[in-house]
Ligand binder design. Structure first.
Ligand code: NAP
Length: 249
């Protein structure tokens, strides 16, 4: 049976690279996005052109009603899910902590943390062997910011990724006996559009000399780790983290 995976925030960046790799590995894929329908459709068309199944579903992961819709549509169109990649995530303009508004914090935590929790809950309800499911795997996309801290740029974003780390550890223990593995990746400086949304599109280039490997990472390098954690090759791996930060700590 074809494995079905939902990848949140897959219209571009790390999510899109993961969707393309998942298709190569034989998965049927739900490409979730929030706003950029054209980019999501482009990823779906690329996947379909290779003969694999994919759908694009708009859903704001921070909204419960949207997340329920996302899972329902995926099940209806692709079949029972066996994997979730909690990839959708945002940051805001670089600034010192003392300048940040509560509205900014709420937006970041609602998308990065509550969004991942809402999706994980829907996935567990469907995949848990205690609920008649077949088991499965969840991969959370955390960040090296969770241990570096984001000082002077986005401590709030880093804190949200710290919450993702705790979620990964706790949930992994809670659902291990129900056939579900929960792991996370912690990417470092990866070349995507996210840095422009923080106000510095060239951030990876500016900081690359501080990376032991002396370059930013690619979305494909992160996607490889995500897909390994999702796969049966990682069958004894739960509550674990893979750092993809070129040695930066
Ligand atoms: P990106 O290029 O900015 O892409 C973000 C994706 O998330 C887009 O597909 C966007 O969809 C989607 N998205 C945003 N808000 C959403 C929401 N409320 N609901 C559903 N989808 C939403 O980001 P990226 O760099 O690939 O980052 C992906 C993940 O990796 C994030 O969790 C990020 O924190 C993490 N990460 C990135 C880096 C890095 O250096 N790039 C490093 C560490 C961790 P639309 O375009 O349709 O709005």
């Amino acid at each position: 049976m074809t494995k079905v995976v939902i990848i949140t925030g897959a219209s571009r960046g790390i999510g899109a690279a993961t969707a393309l790799l998942a298709a190569k590995q034989g998965y049927a894929i739900c490409v979730n996005y929030q706003k950029d329908k054209a980019s999501a459709n482009k990823i779906v068309n690329t996947i379909q052109a290779t003969g694999s199944k994919a759908i694009a579903v708009a859903a704001d992961v921070s909204k419960e009603i949207d997340v329920k819709h996302l899972f329902k549509i995926t099940e209806n169109d692709l079949g029972p899910i066996s994997g979730l990649v909690n990839n959708a995530g945002v940051l805001d303009q670089q600034t010192k902590f003392e300048n940040m508004s509560v509205e900014r914090w709420q937006r970041i935590f609602n998308i990065n943390v509550i969004g991942s929790m809402l999706c994980a809950r829907e996935a567990i309800i469907r995949m848990s062997t205690q609920h008649g499911g077949q088991g499965g795997a969840i991969v959370n996309v955390s960040s090296a910011a969770s241990f570096i801290g984001g000082a002077n740029e986005y401590v709030d974003y880093a804190a949200s990724k710290g919450a993702i780390d705790s979620l990964t550890i706790g949930l992994a223990k809670e659902v291990a006996a129900e056939g579900i593995r929960v792991n996370a990746v912690r990417p470092g400086l990866i070349n995507t559009d996210i840095h422009a949304s923080g106000g510095e599109p060239g951030r990876v280039d500016r900081l690359k000399e501080a990376i032991p490997i002396k370059r930013g990472g690619t979305t494909e390098e992160v996607a490889n780790a995500i897909m390994w954690l999702l796969s049966d090759q990682a069958s004894y791996c739960t509550g674990s983290f893979i750092e993809l930060a070129g040695g930066r700590r």
